[in-house]
Structures are given as C-alpha cells and as structure tokens.
Design a protein around this ligand. Structure first.
Ligand code: CA
Length: 324
C-alpha cells in the first residue's frame, strides 16, 4: 500500500513538472464554452493572459513580425496574443486586403509555432458597414486555421454607439461563414458601446451556435470605467454570459492619460477573481500611456528594461508572475 502511494506520488510530481514545460495550447487543448464560461479541454477556465498588438497600421505596424511574437511568448510569457487588424483607416484591410491579411497570418503562424492562443481581431468600430469584407476575411481565416486549436475569432472589435440588435445581426451573418469551415473554435462577439454593454448582450444572447464568447473592454485608470462598469460585467457573468477581455489598458479610454496603479490593481484582482482571460493593449512605441514600448524600441523583440514604458514594465511583471 505504501509502495503504491509512493509510486502515485512520483507519478503526480512527474506529471506536474511535465505539464509546466508544455506550451499553453499543449496544456489546455481546444477551448470551448461550457455553462457560461470559457474552459479548456479539462473543463477548467484556462485564464489566458497576454498582449494585444496595436492596430496593424501607423506606429504599431512595424511590430507585426514573427520576432515580436516569439519574444512575447518567451520573455513576456504570454499565453494569448491578439492581432488587431486595422480595417477602416488608410492602409487598412478595406484598401489593402492582401497586405493586411499577410501581416495577420505571419503573426498567427508564429503564435501557432510558439504554442500560444491567438485572437484574430477585426479591428473596426463600424463592422456592420463592412459585412461583405469581414465575411470574406473570416472565410479565409477559418479555411486556413479551422483545424488548429490556437485560433480564436474576434469578429467585431468595439462596436461604437450602436444597439445590440445591430451587433447581433452582424454576428448572425459572420458566424455561419466561420462555422462552415471551423466547427468548434471559439468566436468572440462584441457588445455595444465599445464592448462595455455586456449586460445588454447577456439579456438576449446568441442561440444556435456553440462556443460563442463575448468581449468586455475597460481602461483601468479611466474615471468612467470604475464600479459602474464592473457592475455591468458582474451582471453579465451572473446571467451566464461567457466573457473574454480581448482588450484592456492601464491608462484611460483614449489609450493615453493617467496610469493609476491603485485602480489598475482593483481591475486586475477582479479579472483574477472571475478567472477571466485577457489581452493588454498594446505593442507600440507611440507616445501614449498604454504603449508597452519606448520610442524606437527594436522592431524584432529583444527588448531591454530601457525599451519598456512604465506600462510595459508593469505588464511584463504581471504576466511573468501570473503565467508562470
Ligand atoms: Ca476547429
């Protein structure tokens, strides 16, 4: 009996050690939505934590390369990357679809090689006006990535001042296209008012499709993103809406402004308490509070402490601590 116990103990320790060395995707496998929660193949909340690349335009674009993805996986210890493809602005997907799609797939392919999860984000505040384009894009993505567990589709980042019906109608057009080629990977739906009104989505969720999650966004130091906003998310969670925080920043809603450590810690604790997965905004060297990088940080990763902003140093520490 004692020998059996010892053998079991040794097995348990070996398994635990082995599990620690596995990549996030090897550990968690295919994600799904079950009983109102995002869970892994063991039915447990994976609590993925990571970073969002910036818009695939302007200052953030130069960081769209495999070196950066690899550095974020190895040094920042991210388990989830978000690829935020710009759609509307000059140079975005509407004008340069092939070029933008290549930026996305190069980053996604590297995330797959690193064994991390990756959100393919249609970064557009008016996606309902670009339905034909987004359907074509997500068709391509689902055809290419339907067989790998790494990919999560985020079909509309931050619907602006619009109603839930518009967001839901859009989702009901795009989801079937993805599901034609990818039967099971998680699809993330937005909510009105820049992904804040999850309580409204929770009252009338999408039916008829499995593995649908909903994005919730906040900017931790913003005076308008405090108790009342958390209460909306709490209400949605209570109603059984599976939330994923595909974007949050340490600053204010503009991406700039104050970095209030106390308010940021309250939000972080809230995410941990609710076992939510998240991606922090954003990999850029733009002069703004939520930027992770100082001006002219190397474009292929390999960043030193001097290359990180206060937000960058803080987020790197949080990720390395919580994802270890
Ligand atoms: Ca699949």
């Amino acid at each position: 009996m004692r020998l059996l116990l010892i053998i079991l103990l040794v097995l348990a320790i070996t398994t635990a050690t082995f599990a620690q060395n596995l990549s996030p995707v090897a550990r968690n496998g295919a994600l799904k939505v079950q009983d109102g929660k995002l869970v892994n193949q063991q039915g447990i909340a994976p609590q993925l934590r990571g970073i969002s690349l910036s818009w695939s335009l302007w200052q953030g674009r130069k960081y769209y390369n495999p070196g950066v993805v690899s550095w974020l996986a190895g040094d920042f210890k991210i388990s989830m990357l978000r690829v935020a493809m710009g759609v509307e602005p000059d140079g975005g997907y509407l004008q340069q679809p092939d070029e933008q799609q290549k930026l996305v797939t190069d980053a996604v392919d590297q995330a797959i090689r690193e064994g991390i999860y990756v959100l393919i984000d249609w970064h557009d505040h008016h996606a309902n006006q670009h339905l034909r384009d987004s359907k074509e894009f997500f068709k391509q993505m689902a055809k290419k990535y339907g067989d790998v567990p790494n990919v999560i589709y985020e079909i509309w980042n931050e619907p602006a001042k619009t109603d839930w019906k518009t967001v839901k109608d859009y989702a009901m057009q795009v989801i079937p296209i993805i599901r034609k080629y990818d039967k099971n990977n998680v699809i993330v739906v937005g909510s009105p008012n820049w992904d804040q009104d999850v309580d409204i989505a929770a009252a009338d969720p999408i039916n008829g499709f499995s593995n649908i999650a909903y994005s919730f966004h906040f900017y931790a130091s913003d005076n308008y993103h405090q108790e009342a906003l958390r209460a909306k998310a709490d209400k949605a969670i209570k109603l059984g809406l599976p939330l994923i925080i595909t974007e949050w920043g340490v600053g204010e809603a503009s991406g700039d402004g104050e970095f209030n450590m106390q308010k940021t810690q309250i939000w972080l604790k809230w995410m941990e308490d609710n076992q939510l997965s998240w991606a922090n905004w954003n990999i850029t060297d733009k002069h703004e509070t939520t930027a992770i990088l100082q001006k002219d940080a190397p474009i292929y990763g390999g960043w030193t402490d001097a290359n990180l902003t206060p937000a960058g140093a803080y987020i790197r520490n949080v990720l390395r601590e919580l994802n270890k």
